[in-house]
Design a protein around this ligand. Structure first.
Ligand code: ARG
Length: 461
């Protein structure tokens, strides 16, 4: 018994080169537990359909339980000659219950509907675990936001100073993006919770087996309505790969900022020793390798997605062996995020923020020019004119190498009689921040409300 699932119509065995190419146990073995769970459910519908008697079912289930335990303990592993996880486990079952009974399990199912189902089962569990890791990263961001409720920093567009914002506001911006990723995993699950089992090779089963009974036992909400779709589609995998790539991109954007913030030039953060690395030659170095690996792994996750899409493109219905290539990209995406998420969340949770330096820089670079223009608007000046007048103040300050608050009342009056000394009320970080109090704005009161809204959505996932 070699674990081969076919051979009757062949006179010779496969060439070594074909066997080597065809073999998938190196990567599909991680589905062994799911394969056995599928086999239990399949044995039950065979019994319901009258194809296994009571005693056969009991012996079959006991054999599968034994096999499952042996796989878990490592007592049973794939043999060199096994083509894939399905063939290997049939071999293992036959070793345990004998060829007469063991040979009955394959009736009415195909590796095509099996693999499509097992992949969904595995990815649904992986999605839940990844969601937990993303939520921990959100918690780290929220924790830092709560620890620094009043800290200001330069808000940037084009990486240039734009307007002062609260550090908490900036950190929560990353949290919202990651929350949507968690919500995406949850939305995705509704599409993944449909079982292809019972589709057979592509056309369904003639043996009176109930796909919905199998689906329910395996934790799916329902069974597919089209056996060709069930065996040939992989959009659910591709969507999973897209969400994992998006998580990678979101972690990468946070990481790029941490890398910048940790430079001498920014000086916004110090990384905890436990989340930084040294140099083999430069004794002084403290490098942000976690953040850099996150940025690098995002490329890898994007590659997993594009590789999978390229595999799917151009495949005719129904199953084609190309689909064996569907697994490694999504498995790699899972493994990558399982490694990355704890490192990134730990790095964020242990950052030390240099809030004095951030606050010093927050209003610099004429970051209050919009406040000056909006002060004029509140005094009745059309924004078009207000923009010009504030711009003239910037020009004057820049020519003198000073900031907007260094200009005198006379300087402002000289630019326009619309300016009064009251304009000084907005020439501070605090004035600027406090004024942006509409929903979604950076005022402390708005950020406190934002945190409540975020917490409510977090509680709902
Ligand atoms: N190992 C295959 C896969 O991963 C499943 C087996 C289907 N093979 C076949 N010859 N129909 O997709």
């Amino acid at each position: 018994n070699t674990g081969a699932l076919w051979g009757g119509r062949f006179s010779g065995g496969p060439a070594d080169a074909l066997a080597a190419l065809s073999k998938s146990t190196d990567f599909d073995w991680r589905l062994a537990h799911h394969d056995i769970a599928g086999s239990r459910a399949h044995a039950r519908v065979l019994h319901t359909a009258g194809l296994l008697d009571e005693d056969e079912l009991a012996r079959m289930l006991a054999g599968l339980d034994q096999l499952d335990a042996d796989v878990a303990s490592g007592a049973y592993v794939a043999a060199e000659s096994d083509e894939d996880v399905h063939g290997s486990l049939e071999r293992g079952l036959i070793e345990r219950v004998g060829p007469e009974l063991g040979g009955k399990l394959r009736a009415g199912r195909s590796r095509n509907d099996q693999i499509a189902t097992l992949g969904r089962m595995y990815l649904r569990e992986a999605a839940a675990s990844i969601a937990t890791g993303v939520l921990a990263t959100i918690d780290a961001l929220v924790g830092q936001a709560q620890a620094h409720p009043d800290a200001a920093m330069p808000g940037r567009t084009h990486l240039q100073h734009a307007q002062p914002v609260l550090l908490a506001h900036h950190l929560l911006a990353h949290a919202w993006a990651l929350l949507r990723d968690v919500q995406r995993l949850i939305d995705w699950d509704a599409r993944a919770a449909v079982s292809p089992y019972g589709s057979g090779a592509l056309a369904g089963s003639s043996l009176g087996l109930d796909p919905n009974a199998v689906a329910a036992e395996l934790g799916f909400a329902s069974a597919v309505h089209n056996s060709i779709d069930g065996t040939a589609s992989r959009d659910v995998y591709a969507e999973f790969a897209w969400v994992t790539a998006m998580i990678g991109v979101d972690l990468s954007r946070i990481s790029e900022e941490v890398i910048l913030w940790a430079t001498k030039e920014f000086g916004f953060v110090t990384l905890d020793d436990a989340y930084s690395t040294g140099s083999s030659i430069m004794p002084q170095k403290k490098n942000p390798d976690v953040a850099e690996l996150a940025r690098g792994k995002a490329g890898r996750l994007i590659g997993d997605l594009t590789g999978l899409l390229a595999t799917l493109k151009g495949l005719p219905l129904a199953y084609n062996r190309d689909l064996q290539e569907d697994k490694e990209p999504v498995f790699d995406a899972v493994d990558t995020l399982e490694l990355l998420l704890p490192a990134v969340s730990g790095m964020i949770a242990t950052l030390t923020f240099h809030t004095d330096r951030m606050a010093d820089l927050a209003p610099q670079g004429f970051a209050l020019a919009t406040d000056v223009a909006e002060w004029l608007v509140r005094a009745g000046v059309p924004f078009r004119e207000a923009h010009e007048l504030s711009g003239e103040a910037v020009k004057l300050a820049e020519s003198r190498g000073v900031e907007l608050w260094d200009l005198s009342d006379e300087d402002y009056a000289g630019i326009s009689d619309r300016f009064t000394p009251d304009v000084r009320g907005v020439l501070s970080t605090e004035g600027s921040l406090t004024s942006r109090s509409s929903q979604g704005g950076t005022a402390p009161v708005a950020v406190a409300a934002q945190l409540e809204a975020l917490t409510a959505q977090l509680d709902a996932v």
